[in-house]
Design a protein around this ligand. Structure first.
Ligand code: ADP
Length: 407
């Protein structure tokens, strides 16, 4: 099969990986794997490009109790199953590029040190993301590694979207609205551009609704404003995260209820959002299937807040030419999409119920004032493509295609 790119998305409790064969300027998926339940119910699953299982193995929790142990399992599996594939580079998802990186970057020791300096900005994620980079750098110093950031796509925001109304010194220290899900927005925007270039170059709001959820306003294919800010806790309510909150609530929890910062953090990240609202589940499928009024309340509030976000983001781009849904909920839940669009009926948006029900690519009614699309996201592919292009630019693999909307 020949030259290949490995993409790694390492989180605190899971490691996702995908192998792509290089085919000129494109990538051909070979297999995709996920090691999850690290420390609780460790399990490795790998599927080939047709969805056939190549591995599905559970491990005792004591045997794979840490991310490092899971990395070793994944590395061993890869060694055994690469066949004639030769990994020429590894692309990594790294949550934070700070103020320094507005583009993917080839990682060397100095870059790694800079990325480590961003750990306080995203303690849980950044640490897990950097771990495999460090290990690979020690074991395979010759293997090119590329870091791709969730924040990079948002680095060009106007100052008013980048600031909190806080004392200036904090902004200078880096307390800014960085924004996340950038790799997804970049991928979806490029995919929309291939389908409808004029629309994609216009005023677009993309709703990335997965277990993490955010929305982003784009103009000319560039991010102008997004709902997530300093952390991935801001903006929309999510599976277990609160989203935007009156900061006075946090003061109340600490001062009146005597909660520690750690307890508040756990509540905001793990016990809130759809799970906290419903007391039932963080999974939209379960909530939609439930007859419990608390489930309906959670769904109602979620859709309301997504519609509000679309309206307020439209202000940032002076109107709306296209609304795009993506990620687990956005791609698969017609009920959620229909409620969001119905709440935007006053703005002239209307959907075609049949197209929405079958999750067609374009779901607007001909009378709708804005187009409405469903565009599946693929953050791993975006990372793979960035990695490929960076290598091509460095002359490591042959000439790159001219810059433009490719993904
Ligand atoms: P992440 O990559 O952030 O883990 P995903 O984008 O895969 O998340 O989205 C996961 C969420 O998508 C699930 O928690 C679930 O609520 C929702 N989801 C997936 N499939 C469906 C479906 N068919 N109907 C409704 N919601 C769905």
């Amino acid at each position: 099969m020949g030259d290949s790119i490995l993409v790694i998305n390492a989180g605190s409790s899971s490691i996702k990986f995908k192998l792509y064969g290089i085919a000129g300027d494109e990538l051909a998926p070979v297999f995709a794997g996920q090691f999850d339940g690290i420390g609780s119910r460790p399990r490795l699953r790998v599927k080939d490009k047709a969805g056939r299982a190549l591995a599905d193995q559970a491990y005792p929790a004591a045997e794979v109790g840490s991310a490092a142990a899971a990395q070793t399992v994944v590395a061993d599996w890869l060694k055994e199953h690469l066949g004639d594939a030769r990994i020429v580079a590894v692309g990594h998802r790294v949550v934070h590029g700070g103020l320094t990186y507005a583009q993917p970057v080839r990682v060397d020791a100095a870059v790694l040190a800079t990325l480590e300096s961003f750990i306080p900005l995203a303690p849980l994620h950044q640490l897990s993301n950097l771990d495999p980079i460090r290990v690979l750098m020690e074991r395979r110093p010759d293997l090119p590694q590329v870091a791709c950031f969730d924040t990079a796509f948002h680095r060009g925001h106007p100052e008013r979207s980048d600031r909190f109304a806080l004392p200036r010194a904090l902004y200078d220290e880096g307390v800014r609205r960085y924004g996340f899900h950038g790799l997804s927005y970049e991928y979806v925007s490029a995919a929309l551009h291939r389908m409808a270039p004029d629309l994609a170059d216009g005023r677009v709001v993309i709703c990335h609704l997965g277990s993490g959820a955010s929305a982003c306003a784009l103009r000319g294919g560039r991010s102008i404003e997004t709902t997530m800010g300093f952390t991935a806790l801001d903006g929309l309510p999510m599976g277990t995260r609160s989203g935007t909150l009156d900061p006075g609530v946090i003061l109340h929890l600490i001062e009146q209820k005597g909660m520690s910062a750690h307890e508040v953090g756990t509540m905001l990240y793990r016990d809130s959002g759809l799970l906290g609202l419903s007391g039932i589940s963080n999974d939209v499928r379960e909530l939609l299937a439930s007859t419990d009024p608390r489930a309906e309340m959670a769904i109602d509030m979620f859709c309301h807040r997504v519609a509000q976000a679309v309206a307020s983001l439209s202000v940032s781009i002076g109107g709306l030419d296209a609304l795009v849904f993506t990620a687990g909920i956005g791609e698969n839940a017609p009920e959620i999409r229909s409620r969001v669009v119905a709440a935007l009926g006053w703005a002239g948006l209307a959907f075609d119920p049949a197209a929405n029900a079958r999750s067609a690519t374009q779901i607007d009614d001909p009378r709708s004032r804005a187009a409405i699309y469903i565009v599946p996201t693929d953050e791993e592919r975006m990372i793979g493509l960035h990695t490929l292009r960076l290598l091509q630019q460095e002359g490591a693999l042959g000439a790159p295609e001219p810059e433009g909307h490719r993904a």
